[in-house]
Design a protein around this ligand. Structure first.
Ligand code: GDP
Ligand code: MG
Length: 692
């Protein structure tokens, strides 16, 4: 396989809602690019992109696959991203390394949540965009209507450069505004050019003029020419459109049926002719000693790689997906990782088509490749061929949205599961785990239930262990609502060394978020001041393990004001015990209550599901704070107790048929309703009796 110069590379991420035809489109591109012999099938699990067992089983993409083809000397890298919100991390990794995004829009269902997301990536990652209306061979397509909504909702700079003819099962041709011809596709995906059919001439003329005007308006010199002559030459239109695409003044919309291979070969030409190579967008942001730095995408520059994805594959080891941002990477090169300060040697470098690897000798700036078994390099790392120490700006992955506690099904497997969790966390920046000492549980968190299911299954398979998912304990808190005092005597004077300490203290409620305050108001010499720290220690111990339910106590002030000591038997431990005892006794008299964590959640859903979602929130003891509309979506803000958010994304998925998602963050602690408190306290006492 040869090496491609920067100007002969195109990088495209395929994005869109799930089932918008991205994965089949990738196969259609590879077929016409001569990489594969036939388009695979989702139901048979035979596509190039969705090759992993989980993808075949679930019939959805769950990771970004890297593929490529070559046409007319230009190599196009295709990154097929998953449409499910659970895998946003995969989409962000892809978005970081491409200059161009193809947003797939299903021509029967139009804009969905995933389409909105894709459009956000186009904006946030500053890529060019190509909108592809897919599956135009299906019954009940709605090209015109969807074009209107897409322009209305996303940008009126989106403009169709093609018009479908015979959309539906007989779909075989499109009018191409750039070629000013009707393109009629055969069953192999090649096309013949014919003149625009008479009955569509008027529509074509109107749209062509509008396109020419848009192109002219995006450039001052062109606009001047346009005013003089009232038109643009073919060359002017071409170079003008190319520039407008790069500058994001125009986002062309094209027509496809990947299954019938209609429009695919023309898409490949449009990619080659109109979309920018990796250098056109300029430089990459980097940092050196906290100062920003710009690294031009230039094959003659110093060699610098950015690792955007790491996958652990059994029998292969870690595969690092990288972009050569600058310079050129050759087999045998040794690069430095400024993050670890270690060196990495590239014994082999590969291009990928899904799981198939092709060995290459060199990869130049702008192009993508993979390497296996790098020693210490992870996602977001920079590798440099220099003594320099700068690093590329990292991908900022979103915070996890859901959590679950995990346990080994069989005793003795804990260690293997721990190793697995560490491995998966290293591979996937959106997967996290902690061993929570307060809850005494291992808590894993991620972007959605499918994400966690798949991540845990990976560990089960790699280590041959069974992992149970259970509901995480809720970090309740205890506090008081009244002031109370108590006196407690600890006395142990039979046999051995005696212990004596007596403490009287007062406790008072404090405002939320204050924590625990301890003061000494001792007067006189009843208690030696040397024992005050012992009393405080006892109080703080009592607060770690609250009297009601064993949860932490918060927002209480404790003031010790009297006590008694014994000339011989008073010692540190005795006053600790007395402090703890006095605190617990006072606590019971001070109208104690449980607090529960309340989360603020933001739910984005299509309007139709508003009623159902709101009803569900109130059944979870949630409070709606407000609503906002965002296009055709509604954004609901609400406060819901964490105890009622377990597996909430599953619930939302089933209410909204996969078209909604939510984000959450901790908000504050609030009183638990009486009947729920009684149950928690009863469970705690029962557990304690059983000796847990
Ligand atoms: N009729 C028709 N079906 C298609 C076409 N492209 C994809 N599909 C089907 O639509 C479903 C989703 O396609 P897929 O490529 O997995 O979508 P993705 O989730 O966006 O990757 C699958 O059942 C495909 O077979 C097409 O051009 N025409
Ligand atoms: Mg897919």
């Amino acid at each position: 396989m040869k090496t491609f110069e920067t100007k002969n590379v195109r990088n495209f991420a395929l994005m869109g809602h799930s089932a918008s035809g991205k994965t089949i489109l990738a196969d259609a591109l590879l077929l016409l690019g001569g990489e594969i012999n036939r388009i695979g099938s989702i139901s048979e699990g035979s596509t190039t992109s969705d090759y992993s067992n989980d993808e075949i089983e679930r019939q959805i993409s769950i990771k970004t696959s890297l593929m490529h083809y070559e046409m007319n000397g230009i190599k196009c890298n295709i990154l097929d991203t998953p449409g499910y919100m659970d895998f946003v991390g995969e989409v962000m990794s892809a978005a970081k390394v491409v200059e161009n995004t193809l947003v797939a829009v299903n021509s029967t269902s139009g804009i969905e949540v995933g389409t909105e997301f894709a459009w956000n990536y186009v904006n946030n990652f500053d890529t060019t965009a190509l909108i592809a209306m897919t599956m135009l061979d299906k019954e009940h397509t709605q090209f015109d209507k969807i074009v209107d909504t897409v322009r209305d909702r996303f940008s009126n700079r989106i403009y169709p450069v093609q018009i479908p003819v015979n959309a539906g099962p007989a779909f075989d041709s499109v009018i191409d505004l750039l070629k000013r011809k009707l393109l009629v596709f055969d069953s192999k995906g090649s096309y013949k050019e014919e003149s625009v059919p008479a009955h569509l001439q008027d529509k074509f003329d109107t749209m062509y003029e509008e396109l020419v005007e848009m192109v002219a308006e995006s450039d001052d010199t062109l606009l001047e020419r346009f005013f003089e002559t009232g038109e643009l030459t073919e060359d002017e239109l071409k170079s003008g459109l190319k520039k407008a695409i790069l500058e994001k003044n125009i986002f062309p919309l094209i027509c496809l049926s990947s299954e019938k291979k209609v429009g695919v070969s023309r898409l490949m030409e449009i990619i080659n002719d109109y979309y920018p190579d990796p250098s056109a967008k300029g430089s990459w942001k980097a940092v050196k000693d906290n100062k920003p730095l710009e690294i031009p995408v230039d094959e003659t520059g110093v060699t610098a790689l950015f690792v955007y994805k790491t996958v652990h594959e059994q029998h292969v080891g870690d595969t690092s997906y990288f972009k050569v941002v600058s310079g050129s990477l050759k087999v045998g090169d040794e690069l430095k990782n400024p993050f670890t300060n270690g060196n990495e040697r590239f014994g082999s470098i590969y291009l990928l088509n899904g799981k198939h690897r092709k060995e290459v000798s060199e990869i130049k700036a702008g192009d993508l490749g993979v390497a296996v078994k790098l020693k210490n390099t992870m996602t977001n790392h920079t590798l440099l061929n220099s003594k320099d120490t700068w690093t590329f700006e990292e991908i900022k992955y979103p915070e996890p949205v859901i959590r679950v506690a995990v346990e080994a099904a069989a005793k003795g497997d804990e260690e293997k599961i721990g190793t697995g969790l560490t491995q998966v966390q290293a591979e996937d920046p959106t997967f996290h785990f902690i061993v929570d000492s307060e809850l005494k549980q291992t808590i894993v968190s991620g972007m959605g239930e499918i994400h966690l299911d798949i991540s845990l299954k990976k560990i089960s398979q790699r280590f041959n262990v069974e992992i149970l998912q259970i509901q995480p304990r809720i970090p309740y808190r205890e506090t008081i609502r009244k002031t109370a005092t108590a006196r407690y005597r600890h006395k142990k004077q039979s046999g051995g060394a005696g212990q004596f300490g007596e403490v009287e203290l007062r406790i008072e409620p404090l405002p939320r978020g204050t924590g625990i305050e301890f003061v000494s108001e001792l007067v006189g010499m009843n208690v030696d001041r040397a024992f005050v720290p012992s009393i405080e220690k006892g109080v703080r111990q009592a607060c770690e393990n609250g009297p009601l339910s064993g949860n932490k106590v918060i927002d209480v002030k404790a003031a010790v004001f009297d006590g008694k000591q014994h000339p011989v038997d008073s010692k540190d431990i005795a006053f600790q015990i007395a402090g703890r005892g006095a605190f617990r006794d006072a606590f019971e008299k001070a109208d104690p209550i449980l607090l529960e964590p309340i989360y603020e959640i933001e739910i984005t859903i299509p309007e139709d599901y508003m009623g159902d979602v709101m009803g569900d929130i109130s059944s979870r003891r949630g409070k709606v704070l407000g609503m906002d509309s965002d296009g055709h979506f509604q954004v609901i803000k609400a406060e819901v107790p964490l105890a009622n958010l377990y597996k909430y994304s599953n619930t939302l998925r089933s209410i909204c048929q996969g078209r909604g998602y939510h984000r959450r963050k901790f908000s504050h602690y609030e009183y638990v309703p009486r009947e729920i408190q009684d149950k928690i306290v009863a469970d705690y006492l029962k557990e304690r009796e059983e000796g847990h």
